[in-house]
Write a protein that binds this ligand. Structure first.
Ligand code: ADP
Length: 624
């Protein structure tokens, strides 16, 4: 490194160190992404300058002829990526290249699994920005000068990618940034113009600024700078849309489908929307990461506008909106309130839903892949978007008792309705922690016996979902655990059963609501039934886990008078033992439901007492 007296050495943030180490280890086979990351930064820098020049007279003129240059220098063993964009001041260099500023990268780090292949594919998919330069380099030098600032404000930053970097002031003729990579010996094969051209075409073909590839005497533009979304559909092939998707998202896979429209009329805009094939790793829990939709005005990039243009539950959509009629010098704040954006948002939502609907109608593997990746997010829509609730509900897919062993949920509400007997008014469902728990629930016995289908809802969000979907196409959704309707309340039970019910209620006291005999059970001795208007056992558990205090709720207990355990209880005259059995009957029913016991230790003690008594009265056979 240089030892200029004005140079200064600084330490990286610990997180940067972590990232650097990881990258060099994990990314060997995915190394090409470094170029995509650097070109994308260069393009962002050009976008920024163009945007700022709209309102800042000092920058006027600088935004003409914006370009990116990728230079291959065989002799020096270097590759460089330069741009004539916004550049950085010294302070910005320290902030941007010495720490991990962007939250996405930090979250990415938190999500690392330690599994090298999986981590590598994550980085490949999402990128780690500038630091990707160190995948292939043993030294990186950045020279930059902020647009509008004098030559002597230039900064040189360099690092070997361990612990520290050096900073020194330099005088630079031109504004903008150049990043020079001194390739490590095992990556020198990248000093090949054809190879670099192929990588640029693969990932960066649709960057809006010309990318000049310079090698020896050669200097040519290698990308297609025309805005694809502005071209007529008839001119475009599937492969054009697919390569644009990769260059827009960095996702090397193919999109599942796309929609491209030119909206004419009083307000003109172009819209290109994609359904990606792969969900970002943080799709579910990062509801605020909204960078999928880019807003352009007359081909000038204005901002990531997913927040303004997409409802949250469609945050998996990717694409571009280009409005022809907005003034270019509009501020971001003004944009937020623009009636045109409101209208565009309506169109984007409708078109996005149509895209999903079309995929659903076509069915097959692409739809299944979509559902697996994004189904849970779509469920948020039923909760949040009353206007499109019915349409969204029609897209949902569930497991069901009619589909033994299918690994992915396939039954729609319409399928269910088509199969249900004419006189049936309800769509029955059961929520549970897992599919296995749902399938073995005692509540299903009576439905199975009557040949009635029950939807099995095994995702966390499902409990909220059904809370917001009281009915679908005139049929009410109803929990299979809820209410005695599943059985005829007035049905005659013999006096012994009614007496037993009274005894059990007296024994359990305030822990339960009603206790009654039931014919809905066959193999199971008992089940709990949420009060008709009460909160289900599953919902109570989720709410408690989320830290809510809930009033003590009392489920009803139903028991199966023909079960052997109940026959034994009828004959039990010892009150203490009867109390134990009654408590067990109740606790088992709660457990089978996936509920939580108020006093698990007492339950274990009771079971152990019984075991000891049982085994004690039947000593093991003594060896012959
Ligand atoms: P990201 O680009 O996702 O923000 P990076 O690690 O790639 O993350 O870059 C960090 C920051 O450094 C950028 O946000 C930008 O402010 C700055 N930067 C990187 N490359 C350039 C460049 N070529 N010109 C101007 N600024 C840059």
């Amino acid at each position: 490194m240089t030892d200029s007296p004005r140079a200064e050495t600084k330490k990286f943030d610990t997180e940067v160190n972590q990232l650097l180490r990881l990258m060099i280890n994990a990314l060997y086979s995915n190394r090409e992404i470094f170029l995509r990351e650097l070109i994308s930064n260069a393009s962002d820098a050009c976008d920024k300058l163009r945007f700022m020049a709209l309102t800042d007279d000092q920058l006027k003129g600088l935004d003409e002829g914006l370009r990116i240059e990728v230079r291959v220098d065989d002799e020096a063993g270097t590759l460089s990526v330069s741009d004539s964009g916004i550049g950085m001041s010294r302070e910005e260099v320290v902030d941007n290249l010495g720490t991990i500023a962007r939250s996405g990268t930090r979250q990415f780090l938190e999500n690392l699994s330690g599994d090298r292949q999986r981590d590598a594919s994550l980085i490949g998919q999402f990128g780690v920005g500038f630091y990707a330069a160190f995948i292939v380099s043993d030294r990186v030098v950045v020279e930059t000068r902020r647009a509008g600032e004098p030559p002597e404000t230039g900064v040189r930053w360099q690092s070997e990618g361990h612990d520290e970097y050096q900073l020194e002031p330099v005088s630079l003729d031109r504004t903008g940034t150049s990043v020079t990579l001194h390739l490590a010996s095992d990556h020198r094969d990248l000093l090949n113009a054809h190879r670099i051209e192929a990588i640029i075409r693969r990932y960066s073909n649709h960057i809006a600024f010309p990318i000049h590839l310079v090698a020896g005497d050669e200097n040519r533009v290698v990308n297609d700078t025309q805005a694809l979304w502005a071209r007529p559909r008839a001119e475009l092939q599937d492969s054009d849309y697919e390569s644009f998707f990769t260059s827009l998202t960095g996702d090397p896979g193919k999109p599942l489908s796309w929609a491209h429209h030119h909206v004419e009329g009083s307000q003109r805009y172009s819209l290109l929307l994609y359904l990606p094939g792969q969900a970002p790793f943080d799709l579910l829990y990062n509801r605020d990461e909204l960078s999928g939709l880019k807003l352009y005005i007359q081909r000038v990039f204005i901002m990531d506008a997913a927040e303004q243009l997409l409802p949250r539950y469609l945050r998996f959509l990717r694409g571009v909106v280009d409005a022809a009629d907005l003034p270019l010098n509009v501020s971001r704040e003004m944009l937020q309130d623009s009636p045109l954006l409101h209208r565009i948002r309506g169109t984007v939502t409708a078109r996005g839903l149509k895209l999903v609907e079309k995929l659903a109608n076509e069915g097959g593997q692409p739809w299944e892949q979509f559902w697996k990746q994004f189904g849970s997010v779509l469920k948020e829509g039923v909760i949040e978007d009353a206007e499109h609730r019915e349409k969204l509900a029609g897209l949902l897919r569930f497991h069901s008792t009619s589909e033994e062993g299918s690994s992915s949920p396939r039954v729609s509400l319409d399928d269910y309705i088509a199969r249900m007997p004419e006189e049936e008014e309800h769509i029955w469902y059961l929520t549970a922690d897992s599919l296995a728990a749902a399938r073995s629930s005692p509540h299903l016995e009576a439905f199975a016996a009557a040949g009635r289908e029950v939807l099995l809802l095994d995702e966390r969000i499902d409990e909220w979902l059904v809370g917001h979907l009281p009915e679908y196409k005139g049929k009410t959704l109803k929990s299979a655990t809820r209410g005695p309707e599943a059985e005829d309340k007035t049905a005659d039970h013999d006096e012994d059963s009614l007496k037993l019910a009274g005894r059990i209620k007296a024994s359990l006291g305030e822990r339960v609501g009603n206790v009654r005999p039931s014919r809905r059970l066959h193999r199971w001795p008992s089940c709990v039934v949420a009060e008709e208007q009460g909160v289900s056992v599953q919902m109570q558990k989720l709410l408690r886990q989320a830290g809510h205090e809930l009033p003590e709720s009392k489920p009803d207990l139903e028991f199966n008078p023909t079960h052997e355990l109940l026959a034994l209880m009828t004959m039990e005259s010892d009150q203490e033992r009867f109390d134990d059995l009654a408590a067990l009957l109740f606790e088992q029913a709660l457990l089978a439901e996936g509920g939580e016991l108020a006093d698990p230790a007492a339950y274990v003690r009771r079971v152990n007492d019984l075991l000891v008594r049982l085994l004690g009265s039947q000593p093991p056979d003594s060896p012959q």
